[in-house]
Ligand binder design. Structure first.
Ligand code: KIV
Length: 272
């Protein structure tokens, strides 16, 4: 049965860890559902691991819609969160709501996620409230917020110094009050991940936030060894890049040496 916002709340209360994984297309979603992942995130990391951009900033709403539709086809029974890409919730309240509604109605996603860094904190709180008022479940994202790389000066661990530590703790309390039902915490000290998780009642899902968050999220291509980006917080469970390129190499060799196709791969006319 598909989980819902109440299931995640219950999992937190019962100390059952939430497993979130990103997915971007039909096969990745299908494999994740077979593996019983609790929740799929169609993240804007799409830009880096699937579309080959340097960062997430060029991903468009239409990109997320296109990929979320494929993810829904691959995982019909899994709760799906669609990321709101850079620019899709920054212009006006009306446009933000319209974009959040498109993500839900056009894709079959169950919730949206948006990043709220320190620079745009007040705007983010208003935005979470406004989207929640449309009955759309919202996941907040604090700590390192990759859509802010130009204003924060790169991919830096957040909350190491006390002032920023306290600021992120306060933001977590604020996003819960604004109506977020889940909070992604990225690249922060474990102590802060723990303190936030103990001080808010919505589930926290960490990526580089230590082991005390209510769940963990990682990027599909990172855990399977299909991306160039391997930060400390990633555990690589396979090296598919090597496996896939070796196997494609075998296919190339077979064609060139005429080992492929073989009899079993060839059609023949029916003999009377
Ligand atoms: O875009 C994404 O995939 C994310 C995760 C890294 C949490 O936001």
């Amino acid at each position: 049965m598909m989980k819902n916002v109440l299931s995640f709340q219950k999992m937190k209360m019962k100390n059952k860890k939430i497993v979130m994984l990103t997915a971007y297309d039909y096969p990745s979603a299908k494999y994740a559902e077979i593996a019983n992942v609790d929740v799929l995130l169609v993240g804007d990391t799409l830009g880096m691991v699937v579309l080959g951009y340097e960062n997430t900033l060029q991903v468009t709403l239409d990109d997320i819609i296109y990929h979320t539709k494929a993810v829904r086809r691959g995982a019909k029974n899994t709760f799906i969160i669609a990321d709101m890409p850079f620019g899709s919730y920054h212009i006006s309240d009306e446009e933000t709501r319209k974009n959040a509604i498109r993500l839900i109605t056009e894709t079959g996603a169950n919730a949206v996620k948006l990043e709220g860094g320190s620079e745009n904190r007040l705007a983010t709180i208003k935005t979470i409230r406004s989207i929640s008022d449309c009955e759309i479940p919202v996941v907040a994202h604090l700590g390192l917020t990759p859509q802010s790389i130009n204003s924060i000066g790169g991919y830096k661990i957040q909350g190491k110094k006390d002032a920023q530590y306290q600021q992120i703790l306060q933001q977590a309390i604020d996003v819960e009050k604004a109506g977020a039902f889940m909070l992604v915490l990225e690249a922060i000290p474990e102590k802060l991940g723990k303190e936030i998780s103990e001080n808010i009642s919505i589930p926290t899902v960490g990526i580089g936030a230590g082991k005390y968050t209510d769940g963990q999220v990682l990027v599909y291509h990172d855990i399977l060894g299909m991306s160039d980006f391997q930060p400390k917080f990633v555990k690589k469970y396979a090296n598919l890049e090597e496996l896939i390129s070796n196997k494609i190499g075998e296919y190339c060799d077979d064609v060139k040496s005429e080992k492929f196709p073989q009899k079993e791969n060839i059609y023949y006319p029916i003999e009377d």
